[in-house]
Design a protein around this ligand. Structure first.
Ligand code: CA2
Length: 150
């Protein structure tokens, strides 16, 4: 089983500011924890972080037939039709992850262009959301590639 973990703009700065919103973990900390979890489940993981929409679209396209994508689109969540189109063209189930509970925050963070094309969302549980997403993709894969919804 192969899973891409794709993080969007500014998430390379995690741990440096606003820990009350995003937690104290750096992206490298999150990656290390998730790699250990993935190894336990015998999952191959690849991590990509980009501050560029086109690079993220290229990453989704080149992993479109993988067994899952864990995606934190960061600010592009609320703006990017192009990212949503790339996901719609992928067979990989996408779990949209947000560290913070976007629904408790500014109104502009309440809408996601990604959620209609994602398999599901994990929102507001900090770095643990990535682990939950990995478990959910693993269950889906073990069940033969289907989840509770299409
Ligand atoms: O809660 C999340 O995971 C978000 O995707 C994070 C995005 C935000 O635009 C979304 O609405 C929700 C922002 C990521 C920026 O992260 C930083 C962390 C530390 C310092 C600077 C930026």
């Amino acid at each position: 089983m192969r899973v891409l973990v794709l993080n969007g703009p500014n998430l390379n700065l995690l741990g440096s500011r606003e820990p009350e919103i995003y937690g104290f973990e750096t992206l490298a900390d999150i990656e290390a924890g998730l790699r250990a979890h993935a190894a336990d489940l015998d999952i191959e993981v690849e991590f990509i972080q980009s501050n560029h929409e086109g690079t993220m679209i290229d990453a989704i396209q080149s992993h479109r037939d993988w067994d899952g994508i864990i995606l934190n689109p960061a600010g592009y969540t609320h703006t990017s039709i192009a990212l949503a189109d790339a996901i719609a063209g992928a067979s990989a189930p996408v779990v949209e992850v947000h560290l913070s509970n976007v629904h408790k925050r500014e109104a502009f963070r309440h809408h996601s262009y990604i959620s209609p094309v994602a398999w599901g969302q994990v929102i507001g549980f900090g770095y643990r959301g990535y682990h939950a997403a990995l478990d959910l993709l693993h269950s889906r894969y073990s069940a033969g590639g289907t989840g509770t919804s299409a």
